[in-house]
Design a protein around this ligand. Structure first.
Ligand SMILES: O=C(O)CCC(=O)C(=O)O
Ligand SMILES: [Fe+2]
Length: 412
């Protein structure tokens, strides 16, 4: 069944390369799901992954991971061919257009292999996720960012557990909605059934197969009981194919598009931007997801991920804007702005700073942050202007007006 979604394009007029989510209900039988689970429980190593993910300064670190991974250490299961039938099944669901989209072209020469072989050759790793009441969460995250060197492209997931095996544990995914036939299966579809980018809450049935870009934000909601198992296959781009793919997609055009979505992309000669078209799509997806109708505008963590994406892209100013949006999305913009403002005032008399100029620069960065979080705050604007004047006076030299620091503090 072909569900390649042609949509995100509408925002920019691109019609060829949507950020797709491919969904295939009942791609595996219950017995096959049990076989996959057995392959991993018997042949893979058990990893406990429990982490708290650092949040922005002053925000509580309440994002985290608590999961069990049955990891195919060193790709042993894969090398032994234990997963070949799984790759074959996945490949069998991909139309030629989808296969090209997910697995890339066959650039770089070499034998033209079957879709399943090609898929197998692009597996970065395979694991089985296990969530239970103790290992119950995997908060908003992405699995690849620009210039991270991973070449990760798509996540392939198979839901191995039956609905009655666990409670909670929905997959939240910033991606496109699915077409009408799946409307009755708790996809968050708009009533009209049109395609649009947004926040999806998926409750896959046992055996369902779904693929989505690893750069899109996603999260596993808390599992409140039972055991939830999923197969996770991480795909990457083939080696030596970037040049061919880039020539095809037109890197310059794609980079311009990324830039348009993420403000100025600073030159990063240290680490060239690979897969520009992939990141252009990701930028587009974030813009849509975080727009008022996109469904994720109120998720502080997704704004933070957006900021990290823009930072990695080389657009620090746009990244700062996204971080400020994260504070705003918390619903406590004022409290955060006030706290940064207090930091700014304190910086003016921070003895740890070696000079008055440095005290002012530090104060300006705090006040700038406060202003970015709460732009329409008159006293902040006045304070910022006052500190800027004092800093400029310091820059002009010793002939600046005396007592600026004191005056500024009073103004603030
Ligand atoms: O639903 C799951 O268990 C996996 C989701 C995920 O984060 C991934 O496959 O990368
Ligand atoms: Fe993930």
């Amino acid at each position: 069944m072909l569900l390649l979604l042609p949509a995100a394009a509408t925002a920019t007029g691109r019609s060829d390369e949507p950020a797709p989510v491919l969904y295939f209900p009942a791609a595996f039988t219950a017995a096959e799901c049990s076989s996959i689970a057995r392959i991993f429980t018997e042949g893979a190593s058990l990893e406990v992954d429990e982490r708290s993910i650092p949040n922005l300064p002053r925000m509580a670190d309440d994002y985290g991971v608590a999961r069990l991974n049955r990891f195919d250490e060193g790709g042993r299961l894969q090398a032994a061919g234990a997963l070949d039938w799984v790759y074959e099944r996945v490949a069998a669901h991909l139309s030629p257009a989808m296969a090209t989209r997910v697995l890339g072209g066959h650039g770089g020469g070499g034998e033209r292999s079957s879709t399943a072989q090609r898929l197998g050759s692009l597996v970065e790793f395979s694991l089985m996720h296990e969530f239970d009441e103790r290992h119950s969460r995997f908060d908003w995250h992405v699995d690849t960012k620009p210039r991270d060197g991973t070449r990760r492209t798509f996540n392939v997931n198979v839901m191995l557990s039956a609905g009655g095996d666990y409670s909670g544990g929905e997959l939240r995914l910033g991606a496109q909605t699915f077409p009408r036939p799946f409307q009755d299966r708790s996809w968050n579809l708009p009533a009209t059934g049109e395609l649009r980018l947004g926040a999806q809450t998926l409750r896959p049935q046992q055996g369902d197969l779904y693929l989505y870009a690893a750069s899109l934000p996603h999260a596993v909601a808390r599992v409140s009981g039972g055991r939830r198992r999923t197969l996770v296959v991480a795909l990457r781009q083939g080696r030596g194919e970037e040049a061919a793919a880039a020539a095809e997609a037109g890197v310059a055009a794609a980079e311009a598009e990324v830039a348009a979505a993420g403000a100025e992309v600073a030159a990063r000669p240290d680490a060239p931007l690979e897969r520009a078209a992939y990141w252009a799509e990701t930028a587009e997806a974030y813009a849509a997801l975080l727009s008022p109708g996109g469904g994720l505008a109120t998720e502080p963590k997704v704004h933070l991920l957006h900021g990290e994406f823009l930072e990695a892209l080389g657009a620090p100013d746009a990244a700062r804007g996204a971080f400020c949006s994260s504070y705003r999305a918390s619903g406590e913009a004022h409290a955060y702005a006030e706290a940064f403002m207090a930091d700014g005032v304190a910086a003016l008399s921070d003895a740890a700073q070696p000079s008055p100029l440095q005290r002012h620069e530090l104060a300006l960065s705090y006040l700038g942050m406060a202003h970015c979080i709460a732009p329409a705050t008159p006293e902040l604007e006045e304070g910022l202007a006052a500190v800027r004047r004092a800093r400029d006076a310091l820059l002009r030299g010793a002939d600046g007006p005396p007592g600026e620091e004191g005056t500024v503090k009073q103004e603030l």
